[in-house]
Design a protein around this ligand. Structure first.
Ligand code: ASP
Length: 438
């Protein structure tokens, strides 16, 4: 069995980080397939190579000299090569790339060269085979990722090498045009590679020691989650918690392969395991994590005898559908209904409320702004009584008014709507209530 290891930009930002990465790979012989990002920031003020590539491509489009504009990027890669004491030269590659920049082959091509060049260096340093993602990660002519073709090609190509480096972030369309995934997409490549070779685990190496139980900007020193299920992760990521690209869980999830988030700078820390089902012994924790988002609005609708009016919700949904406005939640009462939507989206569909009013003949309809949603997520809630009571008690002691409550039918999460001004405080008191007392 093999492990797929993906290293993020900060893990490969300079030669010193490359050394750590090589040590991690060499310390476990199963770490045979490696997916690198482009070099990231070496310090908070630094610029990621991917961003340098986008702006270089744009400058060349404005008529600036391609070779001169590309020089700082070439210097970054050459610096890594010489600091590692390697003897390869990427000059021919730089030549080809700048030529393609002049020919305007595309911004995606430009951005992808960070992963491509970094992959060549890493493969050389490790003594692994370099496999260009353009040869085995595919998009359709229309630009959609093609999972079946990619899976078949990756498993046959990688099956031929006992060790390989496959750059993240990009692939190719049938005509060979390079296309990238959205930003942070190397995580997705790692997941696709793990599925293709049926890896025993997908290790995602980054610069934090795992998925945190709350946002560290809100809660001081939050706990690292040891085990989280795919479903819980999905809930927390949707609500704004992030450590990985949102889509990266899907390929491995379908194959039942666990993901392990690890820290390149603290390689002995076990990190977070993202698993289909959490192992026994983790039932004592009611809450896995807390996350939240601001800037929601509530369209609050009141109508006498709404409950007995067949088709009421359908009519509202038709309006939302026609307007192309997505919603987050629709909690309902007997004669009331609230539709929670993103404030920004509501602003870009300004007629929605008027249309709803016309179609429903509501007695009263109003929009309440400045709402925040906080999701308390935990697979063990289902088995434990009193979770909601504790959340509400924590909020009420902190004098926070709850405007909306929603518990998913899977009992995996409880979502509360509160005033934006109480957002940080709410997360802190809920965190304290569950994490500090258990
Ligand atoms: N280098 C790309 C980015 O900065 C992709 C990645 O790192 O995953 O978004």
């Amino acid at each position: 069995m093999a492990k797929v290891v993906k290293f993020g930009g900060s893990s490969l930002a300079d030669a010193n980080q490359f050394r750590k990465v090589a040590q991690i790979i060499r310390s476990d012989r199963k770490r045979r397939y490696v997916v690198p990002s482009a070099p990231g920031k070496r310090s908070p003020e630094d610029i990621k190579v991917t961003d340098m590539l986008y702006s270089c491509y744009d400058s060349v489009g404005l008529g600036r000299n391609a070779t001169a504009e590309f020089l700082p990027i070439a210097n970054r890669f050459d610096g890594i090569i010489s600091d590692l004491g390697l003897t390869i030269s990427l000059d021919d590659e730089y030549e080809k790339i700048t030529e393609n920049f002049r020919k305007r082959v595309g911004r995606d091509y430009a951005a992808s060269r960070g992963e491509y060049l970094n992959g060549i260096i890493l493969a050389n340093y490790l003594g692994f085979q370099f496999v260009d993602a353009a040869k085995c990660v595919f998009f359709t002519a229309g630009g959609e990722f093609d999972p079946d073709l990619t899976d078949a090609c990756l498993s046959s190509v990688l099956g031929g090498y006992s060790e390989a480096v496959i750059p993240g972030f990009y692939g190719a369309k049938p005509d060979g045009t390079i296309q990238t995934f959205s930003r942070g997409g190397s995580d997705f490549t790692g997941s696709v590679v793990a599925k293709a070779i049926n890896a025993e685990i997908y290790e995602n190496w980054t610069d934090v020691s795992g998925f945190l139980a709350a946002d560290p900007h809100v809660v001081e020193n939050p706990e690292i989650i040891d085990y989280i299920t795919y479903k819980e992760l999905r809930e927390l990521s949707y609500m704004g918690a992030s450590v990985m690209h949102q889509d990266a869980i899907f390929p491995v999830r379908a194959a039942g392969i666990p993901i392990n988030i690890r820290n390149t700078n603290l390689p002995d820390a076990p990190g977070t395991m993202i698993v289909p089902e959490a192992p026994e012994g983790t039932e004592h924790k009611i809450i896995t994590g807390i996350a939240g988002k601001k800037h929601f609005s509530v369209i609050s609708i009141e109508k006498d005898e709404m409950n007995s009016e067949v088709g009421f919700l359908r009519r509202i949904l038709t309006v939302l559908d026609n307007e192309g406005l997505g919603f987050e939640h629709i909690p309902t009462g007997i004669d009331t209904m609230s539709i929670v939507v993103s404030t920004e989206e509501l602003h870009s569909h300004p007629d929605t409320v008027r249309y709803i009013s016309q179609i429903t003949h509501a007695n009263h309809i109003e929009v309440i702004n400045n709402m925040a949603l906080v999701a308390v997520v935990g697979r063990n809630m289902r088995e434990k009584k009193g979770t909601a009571t504790r959340i509400f008690a924590a909020l009420s002691h902190a004098d926070i008014n709850i405007k909306m409550i929603d518990q998913g039918s899977s009992e995996l999460n409880i979502i509360v709507g509160i005033d934006e001004k109480d957002f940080e405080k709410a997360i802190r008191v809920i965190y304290d209530m569950f994490m500090l007392s258990e």
